[in-house]
Design a protein around this ligand. Structure first.
Ligand code: FAD
Length: 560
């Protein structure tokens, strides 16, 4: 075994690093594992901002934040978890500021807050449109300042369970090759999202759902996996995100007739309705022929050059580089793209899973604060607040439970399995399977869902899983073998796709991101105020349900 720690965190994005800092400060021996350098984690790409009811731009309070989040979730979010998030958010944002986060400011020097979709108040704190970049560097500094180990460019592949407890992680060392086992009294998964399930996605290449799939293999249920958020403004054709901050600053969405079409879908909130509502409106415009090359237009021109350059300079640059369009002079072509997984590893409000010693936080987890639709700005807040909480809970448990002894046989089993993959010389290369998965997920499990298409997708994914059994890794080397790690990521993704389709078929209603306009166009609170829970058995997903935790907000009709 390589080493042992009290708390071992897989993932060094915002959730993982915030957890590490908290666990370290609680007195634990802490280590982080990351398959890429920590500051290259996808958190660093976040643009628009982070939600906390600071009340700097209006009379706001955590109660209003909680209500907007519950409503935004289409009443699928667990209300106790949402309340925790909204109550702790202001303190957690000031903590980031005190660590050195340079938020944009109001005239009188307080943290500025911009309006975001489906938020009743301007609540989103931001650092221009590079909020994630700023926050990830601040947390990395705090990690560097502390004496904790970072296993950088180590690819976590399997969790180790013994005597009913999670006792460590088996990783592939990307620089030197070889599998290494790291023992731990507690493991926190903070591996981020899985947008790479789809062709058009805002997510980085590293967002392949590894932690979700690793937990699934340990018998830990995944919750609400049908809930993939499509962001309404992703750049065509690359899928690069154009931040909701543009609409927060007043940008319009137009169809091919130059009409602000949201007047027909969300007449009050218009461009600031929630993401699921706007993505559906756009998809309808596109499907009904009021699009330009499959896109609608995001128009910033009336904001003026000064405001665009001051507040949205990153957006301008992305548009010029990736679409050849300068938003000062021309509208930006956009369409819905896969953006955020509301579903994930089922945890309680301290990040605990059903497997003793295993915790999860950030996008890979499902607490659930986002339910069927996440509000912009709430994901960054979740990484911080729930990263902190899981770090603290894991440290406390680890310090009270002293023995860790992961069996060496776990490592030898894993080595045999990996060798079998590397020894295979005849078969299919992974990329064809990956492309087919991503294209068909887009086609059959996208913004709108039909029963027949979902069934077909279930069969397609099952077929791809079978083909995966024969996959060939051509690079047999040990230094930066991305051919190998991409093959391992593909297996993770295929299992997750399978879980998503299973859960999607079972949810016979339309709620948030799960829209079935052709057979179940309405939300059905009578039958479906409950979460899907998927486990893996006999090579396929198995489904159960769990009621939503409602505290004080009874479901109402959701209009914007
Ligand atoms: C383009 C973009 C813009 C966004 N903008 C906003 C915004 O403005 N506001 C907002 O609230 N939300 C935003 N979001 C969502 C939000 O940024 C993410 O949900 C959040 O940052 C995820 O953080 P995380 O720490 O959970 O995961 P990540 O930041 O994705 O980090 C995952 C970590 O896990 C590691 N990892 C993964 N698999 C393995 C493995 N097998 N072995 C070892 N390490 C592994 C990676 O190396 C990485 O360090 C945005 C998302 C995108 C894609």
């Amino acid at each position: 075994m390589e080493a042992k720690h009290d708390v071992l965190i897989v993932g060094a994005g915002l959730a993982g690093m915030r957890a590490a800092i908290e666990a370290f400060d609680a007195g634990a021996d802490v280590a982080l594992i990351s398959k890429i350098h920590p500051v290259r984690s996808h958190s660093g790409a976040a643009e628009g901002g982070i939600n906390a009811a600071l009340g700097n731009a209006s009379e706001d309070d955590p109660e209003k934040h909680a209500f907007d989040t519950v409503k935004g979730s289409d009443y699928l979010g667990d209300q106790d978890a949402i309340q925790v998030l909204c109550d702790e958010a202001p303190g957690d944002v000031y903590q980031l500021e005190h660590w050195g986060a340079v938020f944009s400011r109001t005239e009188d020097g307080r943290i500025a807050q911009r309006p975001f979709g489906a938020a009743g108040e301007p609540r989103t704190a931001y650092a221009a449109d590079i909020t994630g970049h700023v926050l990830i560097h601040v947390l990395y500094e705090q990690v560097m300042k502390r004496d904790l180990a970072v296993y950088e460019e180590w690819f976590a592949w399997k969790l180790v369970e013994d005597e009913g407890r999670c006792q460590g992680v088996i990783c592939w060392d990307l620089l030197n090759g070889g599998l290494k086992m790291v023992g731990a009294k507690t493991v926190i998964l903070a591996t981020g999202g899985a947008g790479r399930l789809y062709t058009g996605t805002t997510n980085a290449y590293s967002c392949t759902g590894d932690g979700m799939a690793m937990a699934l293999r340990m018998g830990v249920p995944l919750k609400d996996m049908e809930m993939m958020q499509f962001h309404p403004t992703t750049l065509s054709p690359s899928g690069v995100l154009i931040t909701e901050g543009c609409r927060g600053e007043g940008a319009y969405l137009l169809n091919s007739e130059g009409e602000r079409f949201l007047v027909r879908y969300a007449p009050n909130a218009m461009e600031l309705a929630s993401r699921d509502v706007i993505s559906r409106a756009e998809q309808t415009e596109i499907d009904e022929g009021r699009a330009i090359d499959g896109n609608v237009l995001l128009d910033l021109r009336h904001l003026g050059a000064d405001r665009i350059i001051e507040r949205l300079h990153g957006t301008r640059e992305l548009s010029m580089v990736f679409a050849g369009v300068d938003p000062i002079h021309e509208p930006i072509p956009v369409r819905p793209g896969a953006h955020y997984h509301m579903g994930g590893i089922d945890t309680d409000v301290d990040g605990k899973t059903v497997l003793e010693g295993l915790y999860a936080a950030g996008e890979c987890a499902c607490v659930s604060v986002h339910g069927a639709n996440r509000l912009g700005g709430n994901a960054l807040m979740e990484t911080i607040t729930y990263g902190k909480r899981s770090g603290r809970a894991a440290a406390e448990w680890a310090l009270a439970n002293t023995v860790v002894a992961p069996p060496e046989s776990a490592l030898t089993d894993a080595e045999q399995k990996l060798q079998a993959l590397l020894d295979r010389t005849d078969g299919e290369r992974p990329h064809a399977i990956r492309d087919e998965m991503a294209e068909t997920m887009h086609e059959n499990f996208g913004v709108f869902r039909r029963e027949d298409q979902m069934r077909r997708q279930g069969e397609i994914v099952a077929g791809l899983l079978e083909r995966y059994e024969n996959v060939v890794v051509e690079d047999k080397g040990s230094v930066f073998n991305s051919d190998l790690t991409q093959a391992l990521e593909l297996e993770f993704l295929l299992e997750l796709a399978s879980c998503m389709v299973e859960a999607g078929l079972a949810r016979r209603e339309s709620r948030g991101a799960h829209a079935r306009p052709y057979d179940y166009p309405n939300r059905d609170d009578e039958s479906f105020m409950k979460h899907t829970l998927v486990t893996w058995a006999d090579g396929r997903p198995q489904l159960t349900w769990e009621p939503v935790r409602v505290t004080k907000w009874q479901p109402q009709e959701r209009t914007y």
